[in-house]
Ligand binder design. Sequence first.
Ligand code: HEM
Length: 458
Amino acid sequence: MLWKEDVLKTSVILENEHHGIILTSSNRHPGKLFLFFRWQNLRGPPCIQGWVPWIGAGFEFGKAPLEFIEKARLKYGPIFTIFAMGNRMTFVTEEEGIDVFLKSKHVNFELAVQNPIYHTAWIPKNVFLALHEKLYVLMKGKMETLNMHQFTGQLTEEFREQLENLGAHGTMDLNNFVRVVFQNKRKIKEFYQHFKTYDEGFECGTQLPEWLLSALAIVKIWKSGKLWVLALASHLDLDRTFMQAVLDIVETETGQHSPNYVLLLCSGHLHLSCPTVRSPDIHKTILEGISSMFGTAGKDKIKVSEDDLKKLPLIKWCVLEAIRLRAPGVITRKVVKPVKILLSSGFSHTVPPGDLLMVSPFWLHRNPEHFLELDSFKPERWKEANLDKNVFLDCFMAFGGMKFQCPGRWFALLEIQICIILVLYKYDCSLLDPLPKQVKLSSFGGYPPARREMPNRI
Ligand code: HEM
């Protein structure tokens, strides 16, 4: 593999804004390279560009994005640019860069995500830009912590119904199990098949341009799943739910595109598996907590309230710890005016407009300065977080940060906790396969099934 050899020698062109392109082969001399970068200081960060026009480092990056990002950081330092598929992605890994990412007026969220949004759900860019602010404010309001109690009853009811359909015992891949439990009630089997197709091709399908997509067979299958879910979305008869409130705005403002927004909201599926079952002590403590609240595990129709959840904090810690370990690989903003980023070494780089500024929550959560025993599943570290005041641990960025932090975060935590309680109350679960190793392939950080190497049956 390219990286195991000398990446610099074979595939790196360092870009120089003012003097064209300079090729370096000084990979065996890190000192020289350092001086070279120093000389480059006032210009852009070092750029990994590859040889093939437009594709750039796309193939190597696409094979294992997370691994590529970390190797680039080790080789080039805390800020570097990867040129791939026509995009310049500048990664920042230190505090100052992350601060710029979160707070600078010269970086823009909407412009950074409009392309993937278009590929996800064919929402035209002008429509997305016109509606984004309004929809974000609406979603944030509907899903704020104070409103969570409105969802607990319905979520418990729906999960319980899904579990009843699953029967009393059996073996299933954990990912498929989660999909079945979380899926829509209507047209269940068909929806499951098509949504699975859409979901599995999601990462590839949303990141490549339209002309390349039409040439790839795998993406054609992805598109067929997408079309099916989109068609279903056009016939949904929604009552006055949260989704309907979103769609009202879309209808009023555009007169169309509601199905596209339904599809967009369906696609926020994260491949999380909470490894509580793998840690016998934690598993036992959780089961004791559940039976002390709801009685011995069994068939009773239990009701889960917010107060019950507060009395079972270990479950929330486990969920957050699982999210920390499987955090999104990247989040992004578009640079609209040059931004200067000061490094801890005292040097600085200026990131040019047009670049996508990138932060990797996945790697941020593996920074030893922020998290001890960073690769271990240690739910107890969440004791330190002020969760009662809705504050996560410092440097936890799985839900993004500042103005565009995920508006669905409290809802996501709520539904995962309720789901875990109902599943562990009803079933005596054990893992049949060893917990798969973290595969650093996906840019989303989880275990996309299409790229998993092992089954994960319970
Ligand atoms: C564990 C589950 C989830 C994780 C890890 C997650 C993570 C994220 C992240 C990292 C972002 C981008 C933030 C940024 O760039 O700063 C985001 C945005 C978003 N999330 Fe989530 N999310 C989750 C669940 C949900 C759920 C359940 C919903 C909806 C019910 C949701 C709705 C959204 C929306 C609408 C945005 C876009 C915000 C905007 O347009 O400004 N998320 N999420």
